[in-house]
Design a protein around this ligand. Structure first.
Ligand SMILES: *[C@@H]1O[C@H](CO)[C@@H](O)[C@H](O)[C@H]1NC(C)=O
Ligand SMILES: *[C@@H]1O[C@H](CO)[C@@H](O)[C@H](O)[C@H]1NC(C)=O
Ligand SMILES: *[C@@H]1O[C@H](CO)[C@@H](O)[C@H](O)[C@H]1NC(C)=O
Ligand SMILES: *[C@@H]1O[C@H](CO)[C@@H](O)[C@H](O)[C@H]1NC(C)=O
Ligand SMILES: *[C@@H]1O[C@H](CO)[C@@H](O)[C@H](O)[C@H]1NC(C)=O
Length: 368
């Protein structure tokens, strides 16, 4: 009896420590969008990729609640573009019927306004054709962004709509500025955490989760591209970047200068037909080091390569060559999965630190 009591007291205390401990409320003006990964077709990619990703999978989705009916609409989160577009009933997505959970129903919303002005967005390939529109965006707790401007598309070049959170200062149509304008955040900025599991990512607007990275956040004075130093292979060979480096969650690949790609691929023993021995690139603990100047980020070789399904061709890479006249190199998901990524659109700063996978969170306001 006595010992039972002791045990139960102890259990209660432990429970209090793990669940009920008073959390100091540092900051509550933020919005969290849970992200879910779809990597069903990750390996199908062809090398023509730049910004669009309809054939890749490896994307992160979230659901937005649009209009007075709080219609849940599934969209791809994209840091490389800056408007929201969603297909409406009757629209085509990749020339076929759009997935039902990706369609917004303006007819169900009493607050929907069609601005009747055409708005076309081009990612890569054909344009997504739309009419500018406005409606309220709702959050689970009932808060909302009133009259947010987005594109209601009737012909989408992707399989679902795109939720662009990239640069643009228009407070009506840029989601990040609109959340601040609506009084929901103190800063037009966001953080991205991409967890190891399918449903473990989040997009945090107006906050930074200090539990989710190691060490200090390296902060760059940059709107989009940074001047990174070099990429270093496991055997210590450094390839200096001669062009700026940009980051994009909508890019499932890594685009680098041709001379860097050639050097890396040669070092990894690329075969005549363009493939690699899987033991060399997948079954290895070797890592690339991205020397960004104030911080080094390591990424396992295995994040950049995948096994070809048919036959015994070996492995292919998720690295492509950017055109010589491209302004910047495009750093996509294989890198972004390894970092906690912070973007302050208002003060034009980017924060990067090595990711720490944890369910804990310690969300603070932007301090820089
Ligand atoms: C929206 O409208 C469609 C048809 O127009 C209907 O099938 C659907 O149930 C409606 N949804 C809501 C949430 O009212
Ligand atoms: C918006 O208005 C245009 C022009 O009148 C029309 O063609 C389009 O179908 C409308 N879209 C929606 C979603 O109501
Ligand atoms: C990168 O370097 C160029 C050339 O030195 C400079 O003009 C630019 O401001 C730098 N960009 C950043 C983000 O530091
Ligand atoms: C990985 O490499 C080890 C030895 O280097 C080998 O024993 C193992 O079979 C390899 N695994 C695969 C899946 O190829
Ligand atoms: C990054 O790694 C390189 C190569 O090992 C090293 O020279 C440099 O000092 C490192 N930078 C930081 C900030 O640790």
């Amino acid at each position: 009896m006595v010992s039972f009591l002791k045990t139960s007291v102890l259990v209660t205390l432990l429970a209090a420590i793990t669940n009920g401990s008073p959390v100091v409320k540092r900051h509550d003006k933020y919005i969290v969008h849970e992200l879910e990964r779809d990597d069903s077709s990750l390996d199908k990619r062809t090398e023509t990729e730049s910004q669009w990703f309809s054939d890749t999978g490896a994307r992160w989705f979230t659901k937005l609640k649009l209009g007075s009916a709080k219609d849940p609409v599934r969209v791809t989160v994209d840091t490389g573009s800056y408007r929201l577009n969603v297909p409406v009933p009757g629209a085509t997505c990749l020339k076929t019927t759009c997935a039902p959970d990706a369609v917004f129903h303006p007819e169900n919303s009493s607050t929907y306004k069609n601005l009747t002005e055409e708005s076309d967005s081009t990612y890569s390939g054909p344009a997504t054709k739309s009419f500018k529109s406005t409606d309220d965006v709702f959050f689970d707790d009932g808060r909302k962004i009133p009259g947010f401007e987005f594109d209601a598309s009737f012909s989408s070049s992707g399989d679902i709509g795109v939720f662009g959170v990239g640069n643009a200062e228009d407070a009506n149509s840029n989601y990040v500025f609109a959340t601040k304008h609506a009084g929901l955040t103190n800063r037009a900025g966001y953080s991205i955490y991409l967890g190891p599991e399918k449903n473990q990512g989040n997009l945090l607007l107006g906050g930074i989760d200090k539990a989710k990275y190691k060490g200090e956040l390296a902060i760059f004075d940059a709107e989009q591209n940074i001047n990174a130093t070099s990429i270093i292979t496991a055997d210590g060979k450094a390839y200096p970047f001669t062009k700026p480096v940009g980051f994009d969650t909508g890019n499932a690949w890594i685009g680098l200068e041709a001379s860097i790609v050639d050097g890396i691929y040669e070092g990894l023993g690329i075969r005549g037909e363009g493939y690699f021995e899987c033991d060399r690139v997948l079954n290895t603990t070797d890592e690339f080091t991205f020397n960004l100047g104030p911080i080094n980020i390591t990424v396992p070789y295995s994040s950049f390569f995948y096994r070809l399904h048919q036959g015994d061709y070996g492995c292919a890479g998720h690295i492509y060559k950017v055109a010589d006249d491209a302004g910047a190199q495009g750093i996509g998901l294989p890198f972004l999965r390894e970092v906690y990524y912070v973007k302050d659109l208002e003060n034009k700063r980017i924060g990067i630190a090595p990711i720490k996978h944890t369910d804990e969170s310690n969300i603070v306001d932007f301090w820089f």
